[in-house]
Each structure stands twice: as structure tokens, then as C-alpha cells.
Design a protein around this ligand. Structure first.
Ligand code: SAH
Length: 236
């Protein structure tokens, strides 16, 4: 693996490891797109971080921005592997804890309700596969795995929960499956590294919980990402 490319939605999620590796911004690389590129060399390999970018003073979260960033990253950088890393909601009833970091084992959408035959339903849910070495890597690094479930909202409506539960979703985010979809089109393997900011079934208000735990979740994310980068850059 010579080039590893992270696709990250929020500056807060990427900043700790951009700083850790002393990554340099490659200014205007994606102009006129809002995506931002950072680069560093780690263990003789190229490490890139592509951020979705910002608009009107806030990070571009969500599937559209993540798809644009992933498509541009793959076409312009030709990475051997894409890593979608960020924060997520998880479920207390599955034993998840705040700031716990998971490796994704599959990715689905939970808010695309398209009636029709099974082909439409299947396409809506997505169920994208991850890099085949994900389970082994999680085991070696002592991390749990879980199914990423993606939608366009931070909150969770009852119809979202129903789809999440009936399809085994565990790690609720706003980008994962979109990144997985684009990777699947190019046959580029994808790894998910997700840190828990909130527990969707805790009864607490999600945004409050998210805001309170963002810093801790991003810190544990940095620690795990260093291990992931070490693992991937040292494997043959
Ligand atoms: N207004 C917020 C925006 C955060 S949106 C702010 O001030 O920072 C939430 C981001 O964190 C998304 O990129 C999403 O992928 C992730 N996320 C964390 N918890 C989530 C949850 N419970 N549901 C959906 N996305 C979540």
C-alpha cells in the first residue's frame, strides 16, 4: 500500500492527526471544489487527508459533500485504500461507550425509503463491503467491529431506527455509506474508523451529547488512527 487516503468530514475530527504527522496543506488542489488536501510521508508511504471542506463557516457534513470528496480523491490521487474516519452515534443496548472506536464491517443507508421490488430496496440500503483485511486489523489492534449506518440527519426518527434495527446498523453517521458507494464504483477498498460521540438510545438530546463528547471522541480517534496508519504502512 503506497498511498493511503483519509476522507474526513469535520476539521475537528482530522486536526489531531494532521498535527501529529505535521501534514502540509496542498492549497487549492481541488479548486473550485471545497475539498481540502493534506499530505505527509509516513514509514515511506504517502498519507493523504481529504476534508470535505467548509461552506458558510461550517464543515460540510453529509453524503453529498462526502461523495464529491471521495470521487475527487480517487480520481486525482489514485489511492490504494480509502479510510473514512470520523465520529458517530452508537447504541447503549449494543454495549457501545462514548469515545470508543470501532472498525466498520459493512456500510448501509437508513433513510432511503424507496418502495419497489427487491432490487430497489437492495440499492437503497447499500450494504457496501469493506476492505477484506478490516476484521484482521481490528483483531490485531484490539478494536470492536460494527456496521456503519448512514443518513442525512443527526437526529434519529422512528422510521430510521426501524431500518437500522432490521438491517443490523450499529454506528450511525452521515457520510460512511456515501464514501463506500463511491469506493465500490472504483473497486477501491475502504476502511471505516469511527469514534462514538453519542448514544442514540441514551434518551439525551443528540446534539448536546455530540457537542459535549466531540473532543474526547476525536482524541481517541487520533490514537486509533495512528495505530491504523502504522498497521497499513508496515504491511506488504
Ligand atoms: N452542528 C454540528 C454538526 C455535526 S453533524 C457541529 O456543530 O459540529 C455530525 C457529524 O458527526 C457528522 O459528520 C456525522 O457523520 C457524525 N455523527 C456523530 N454522531 C452522529 C449521530 N448520532 N448521527 C449521525 N451522525 C453523527
Amino acid at each position: 500500500m503506497n498511498r493511503i487516503c483519509y476522507v474526513v468530514a469535520m476539521v475537528a475530527e482530522a486536526q489531531p492527526f494532521i498535527e501529529h504527522y505535521g501534514m502540509k496543506e496542498v492549497k487549492d488542489f481541488f479548486h473550485p471544489l471545497p475539498c481540502m488536501l493534506y499530505e505527509a510521508e509516513v514509514n515511506g508511504k504517502t498519507l493523504n487527508v481529504v476534508l470535505n471542506g467548509r461552506q458558510n463557516g461550517s464543515d460540510l457534513v453529509g453524503c453529498e459533500a462526502a461523495s464529491v470528496a471521495t470521487l475527487s480523491a480517487i480520481q486525482r490521487l489514485n489511492p490504494d485504500i480509502v479510510i473514512n474516519s470520523g465520529t458517530c452515534g452508537a447504541f447503549d443496548c449494543n454495549g457501545a461507550e462514548i469515545a470508543q472506536v470501532f472498525i466498520g464491517n459493512k456500510a448501509m443507508f437508513h433513510d432511503r425509503r424507496v418502495p419497489g421490488d427487491d432490487a430497489w430496496g437492495t440499492q437503497s440500503i447499500g450494504n457496501y463491503s469493506v476492505w477484506e483485511g478490516s476484521a484482521k486489523m481490528a483483531e490485531v489492534l484490539g478494536l470492536k467491529t460494527g456496521k456503519v449506518t448512514t443518513g442525512s440527519s443527526l437526529d434519529m426518527q422512528p422510521c430510521d431506527l426501524e431500518i437500522i434495527k432490521s438491517n443490523g446498523g450499529e454506528l450511525k453517521d452521515m457520510e460512511g455509506a456515501a464514501v463506500g458507494f463511491v469506493c465500490s464504483l472504483f473497486n477501491v477498498p475502504i476502511v471505516y474508523v469511527k469514534s462514538v460521540t453519542d448514544l442514540c438510545d441514551s434518551g439525551a438530546e443528540t446534539f448536546e451529547e455530540f457537542s459535549k463528547n466531540l473532543k474526547a471522541a476525536c482524541e481517541s480517534l487520533r490514537i486509533v488512527n495512528e495505530k491504523v496508519i502504522d498497521y497499513l504502512t508496515k504491511m506488504e
